[in-house]
Design a protein around this ligand. Structure first.
Ligand code: BTN
Length: 258
């Protein structure tokens, strides 16, 4: 990955763009830069310890896009609950800018196409003891582009397979950075409109899902989102609940999405 190529596409972008051939996880690597300013982006050609939500691994061979950005919004953590959904909207817009494809979103952080996973988002707060204001937030984005990790081909898909062309990673990275900058500007002022776009693209809504909490699985109907993108569900006994992103995985009745 060549940072100069990305900068050439985004000459007015004030963000700092760093690249690496290999790191454990671009999210971890940004955490190791405590003095980095907001708007520091790190891209790596591959990751040896890529991480997903709920402590899962995110296999990250060369050929994928692995990008993290550190932002420093000066707000309490509660005001950032909608961050993952709006980032999903930004990435979805960027993929459309890049290749015209309208991808869908599986609640809460997966980008999908045709029921298969194209990539995911991992947002993490950088906190300091005793303060409810995070020092920053790290947004990590991983997309299957020119390759697929081994053993996931039945539930994953790559952008190259969908477009029939090799993905020029710097062009895609530039499209994502552009849309993330737009998202940063809109984060608190256009929250409702962005969450509406999220809902419109969300394949989890208006269907029966499995709500998985550790070993416990409950069937529920996903009927809407709350004001932060939490999933509103109704269980068979009529109980209504909001699933927040923290601890729960949601799957379709028959598989990953449906
Ligand atoms: C998920 O599938 O649950 C989220 C995957 C997020 C992967 C990206 S790749 C860049 C950044 N670094 C990581 O270790 N994870 C995120």
């Amino acid at each position: 990955m060549d940072a100069e190529k990305i900068r050439a596409i985004l000459p007015d972008c004030p963000w700092t763009i760093l690249t690496a051939e290999e790191t454990d996880s671009t999210n971890n690597a940004l955490k190791r830069l405590p003095d980095a300013p907001g708007g520091t982006v790190l891209l790596s050609d591959r990751q040896t310890g890529g991480r997903g939500r709920l402590g899962r691994c995110f296999a990250s061979p060369a050929g994928g896009l692995y990008l993290s950005v550190l932002l420093r919004p000066d707000v309490a953590g509660e005001r950032l609950l909608h961050l993952t959904p709006v980032v999903a909207v930004a990435v979805r817009r960027a993929i459309h800018d890049f290749c015209g494809l309208s991808v869908e979103i599986k609640w809460i952080n997966d980008l999908v196409f045709g029921g298969k996973k194209l990539g995911g988002i991992l947002t993490e707060l950088v906190t300091s003891a005793g303060s409810n204001r995070p020092e920053g937030v790290i947004i990590g984005i991983g997309l299957n582009c020119n390759t697929l990790p081994e053993n996931v081909t039945d539930m994953a898909v790559s952008l190259a397979a969908l477009t029939g062309k090799p993905v020029r990673l710097e062009l895609l990275a530039a499209a994502i950075i552009k849309r993330l900058r737009e998202m940063e500007t809109a984060l608190f002022t256009e929250k409702e409109a962005w969450l509406q776009e999220y809902a419109d693209a969300c394949v989890t809504l208006n269907r029966t899902v499995q709500v998985i909490r550790g070993d416990m699985v409950r069937m529920a109907y996903a009927f809407g989102l709350d004001e932060n993108g939490g999933l509103r569900v109704r269980y068979a006994n009529g109980e209504v609940a909001v699933i927040s992103s923290g601890e729960v995985s949601v799957r379709g009745m028959y598989g990953y999405v449906k």
